[in-house]
Design a binder for this molecule. Structure first.
Ligand SMILES: Nc1ncnc2c1ncn2[C@@H]1O[C@H](COP(=O)(O)OP(=O)(O)OP(=O)(O)O)[C@@H](O)[C@H]1O
Ligand SMILES: [Mg+2]
Length: 370
């Protein structure tokens, strides 16, 4: 049950750098997600690990073996694609024991493996079904079973739940995770759905434009995003634009538009200077809203611009006096909802604010996922 290590791996297609100098270490038995917007290089990275394509630069290790020149069939890797890649003219049983057969196992061994993996994915009673007679969720379970039967120690899953409806998706994602954990497999799961990545992964690598921005547990990425993009892509963030007014070892004071000043704790690893343009990221749940109009530390006045009843929560969009818009939800149970046009005070604790250099390409462009 191998670990996977990529060292400075690059793959280009003409002028497109699909994977840009990526180094990651996926641990043995880990459920690891590659998360990022469309076109960021997730599938390319997976195909490199599977051996379906070769890197231009860098090394790929599976276990302790350098596999750059090892063909896909000798890597003990199972690939599960977004589009169901079962053989349509074969029934479930033949699909599943295809791997053991082409590996030249004797029939007895191939059958034993086939029964084992079908028990595992609980589709034993559907041996005779053809792929077009199965639901999407079942087909994906067969695809996993087929990979396991072929001897995969490492499962590579490329948006395996992408084609399924929301309910099946939610169930199947836990099932796939549980199956790999029970079998002690290592899994690398590609998705562009942050909720899915958060729900199933031990660790997540956030990718953008071929690069890995940050690797961490869901909690680490949420609590301590190291870039504006990660703060935006994992969970939700509100952004306030401003300039560094004062900076010392402990705190950074930021002047927002219209002369509003707020303070953050200085825990940034970026080298910020006085006068530098910055962005403050705030998780919606760290913002406090009050009817009472008050001035004070990190208290900014605002007006409720939009209110949406979402069932469990009420969602507010609040235009602050510095002109930035913040979004937050509150439980709808309280019944004490704010109304459109109502004046409020929004405040936040200094330690909850993350501060970043203003992106060179502009904030909107930096956060764009296309
Ligand atoms: N065979 C190829 N030839 C040319 N360009 C390619 C090829 N495969 C991928 N690319 C380009 O490499 C970049 C990364 O593509 P990739 O398929 O890895 O992205 P992705 O993150 O999997 O996206 P999605 O979420 O849409 O599946 C894209 O710009 C894509 O157009
Ligand atoms: Mg893809």
């Amino acid at each position: 049950m191998p670990d996977v290590r990529l060292v400075n791996v690059t793959k280009t297609y003409g002028k497109i750098v699909a994977v840009d100098n990526v180094s990651i270490h996926v641990h043995d038995k880990e459920y690891f997600a590659l998360l990022g917007p469309s076109g960021c290089g997730k599938t390319t990275l997976l195909r490199l690990i599977a051996g379906l394509i070769k890197p231009d630069k860098g090394e790929i290790y599976i276990g302790n073996r350098l596999v750059n020149d090892v063909p896909p069939e000798d890597r003990d890797v199972g690939f599960v694609f977004q589009t169901f890649a079962l053989f349509p003219h074969m029934d479930v049983w033949d699909n599943v024991i295809y791997g053991p057969r082409v590996k030249g196992f004797d029939m007895k061994k191939a059958k034993r493996i086939g029964h084992e993996v079908l028990e595992m994915v609980r589709l034993h009673e559907r041996l005779d079904a053809f792929p077009n007679e199965l639901s999407g969720g079942m087909m994906q379970r067969i695809a996993v079973a087929r990979a396991l039967a072929a001897g995969a120690k490492l499962l590579l899953l490329d948006e395996p739940l992408g084609q399924l409806d929301a309910k099946v998706r939610n169930e199947l994602r836990y099932e796939i995770r549980k199956m790999t954990k029970d079998l002690g497999l290592t899994a690398i799961h590609v998705t562009h759905d942050q909720a899915e990545a958060m729900a199933i992964s031990d660790r997540i690598a956030v990718m953008k434009k071929g690069k890995i921005l940050q690797v961490g547990t869901p909690e680490e990425l949420y609590m301590n995003p190291k870039s504006i993009f990660v703060a935006h892509f994992i969970g939700e963030s509100n952004f306030l634009e401003g300039y560094v007014a004062e900076i010392n070892d402990k705190t950074i004071t930021v002047e927002l538009r219209n002369g509003i000043k707020v303070e953050t704790i200085n825990k940034t690893t970026e080298e910020l200077k006085k006068g530098e343009r910055v962005v403050i990221a705030l998780r919606p749940e760290t913002l406090k809203v009050q009817r009472e109009i008050r001035k004070g530390k990190n208290a900014v006045l605002g007006v409720i611009e939009r209110m949406t009843f979402e069932g469990t929560n009420v969602r507010y969009e609040i235009r602050l006096e510095n002109e930035d818009l913040v979004i937050l939800t509150r439980p709808s149970l309280t019944g004490k909802w704010y109304k459109i046009g109502e004046k409020v005070t929004v405040s936040f604790p200094s330690e909850k604010a993350h501060i970043f250099t203003y992106p060179k390409v502009g904030l909107r462009e930096e956060l764009a996922v296309e």
